[in-house]
Design a protein around this ligand. Structure first.
Ligand code: SF4
Length: 338
């Protein structure tokens, strides 16, 4: 049997619908684009709750840690409101195993950011931090979490990369860069390029949030990404001004990308609400991404049939995730002093 035979098979999975999604988020929309069977199995099928979700990785947990501390600091600085970083951390982190490390690393990253890009960000008058949105875009409910807004609903996002993994260079296209804690007198040669050519996933996320916040597709859309790129960092104590490069991207998302995205969103929502999924095509780059097997593969008939061709028999590694209250977090970590 080969990939050429795939559409001769009955791959419809039955498509019994237990529940219709109430919204699209950037991550669920990307899942729909990647594999409609995965979307169906994880969001709409009768077995959706039986599919074990992979626990959060350390890199993502450290990103949560940074977000929690920097938002707490910004809120106090700009509004005078005192918040508890553990409250943010409790909402976002889902892997108990990494809680202490993420907190320690996040606090050190926030310190690095304050010594570098923070002042530049303040000049843009940031507001509305950690904004949860569930808004209608032309009949499509869009849900997500916006890191922060500047000006008139301009979406900005923080990214942390490289913790516990391969060294990361800053994403091309930055207009400001702090190396060793010092602002460099240079801009990247692609700093005027649209965001979708620098990182398409980021552009999709920002544009969806902008649509949900009332932006008209095709109108001028500016945005920004502040990125902390780590090199050879596998422990919080290795986070220093020398190991973390901080960059700022300030650019736009092209009208053509916005129009295509809006059309794709409409097509996706139409098919989802009609329960039309078509056929999936298992492939290595779809079923096995970032060295991890699709969480729904154990329930995917097409994958089971083609697994020997795709992966040579690897098995999925999945575990349940948990959630923690603020008091749980404090008990586990204790208070962190200055
Ligand atoms: S195993 Fe592959 S084809 Fe099946 S649902 Fe997952 S990504 Fe889609």
């Amino acid at each position: 049997m080969s990939f050429a035979d795939i559409h001769d098979q009955d791959d419809t999975q039955g498509y019994e619908i237990a529940e219709y999604p109430k919204y699209l988020s950037p991550s669920s929309f990307k899942m729909w684009r990647r594999c409609k069977t995965e979307f169906y199995l994880k969001r709409m099928s009768p077995i959706k709750r039986k599919i074990a979700r992979r626990p959060q990785g350390i890199a993502a947990a450290v990103g949560n840690g940074f977000d929690s501390f920097i938002k707490t600091i910004l809120l106090e600085h700009t509004t005078g409101e005192a918040h508890d970083a553990y409250e943010f951390l409790g909402k976002s982190i889902s892997n108990k195993e990494y809680l202490q490390e993420a907190s320690h690393a996040g606090k050190r990253l926030a310190s690095i950011y304050i010594q570098t890009a923070y002042e530049s960000l303040l000049l843009e008058k940031p507001h509305s931090f950690d904004l949860e949105i569930l808004e209608d875009f032309e009949g499509i409910p869009i849900r997500g979490f916006v890191d922060l807004l500047v000006g008139d609903k301009e979406v900005l996002d923080w990214k942390t990369r490289g913790y516990g993994g391969a060294p990361k260079s800053p994403t091309p296209g930055w207009c400001k860069k702090w190396k060793g804690g010092v602002l460099q007198n240079v801009v990247h040669k692609r700093h005027k390029d649209p965001l979708e050519t620098l990182n398409e996933d980021w552009a999709l996320q920002v544009a969806m949030y902008a649509f949900a916040l009332g932006h008209e597709p095709g109108d001028h859309l500016t945005t920004g990404i502040d990125e902390l790129s780590m090199r050879n960092v596998a422990h919080p104590d290795e986070i220093t001004l020398d190991s973390v490069c901080v960059t700022q991207i300030r650019t736009y998302i092209s009208p053509s990308f916005q129009h295509e995205l809006a059309a794709d969103l409409h097509n996706a929502w139409r098919d989802i609400t009609r329960g039309e999924f078509g056929y999936c095509t298992p492939a290595k780059n779809v079923c096995y991404r970032f060295r991890q097997l699709c969480e729904a593969s154990g329930h995917c008939e097409a994958f089971k049939r083609f697994q020997p061709i795709i992966l040579g028999g690897r098995s999925p590694k999945t575990r349940d995730k948990g959630g923690y209250s603020v008091s749980d977090l404090k008990r586990m970590l204790g208070e962190i002093g200055g």
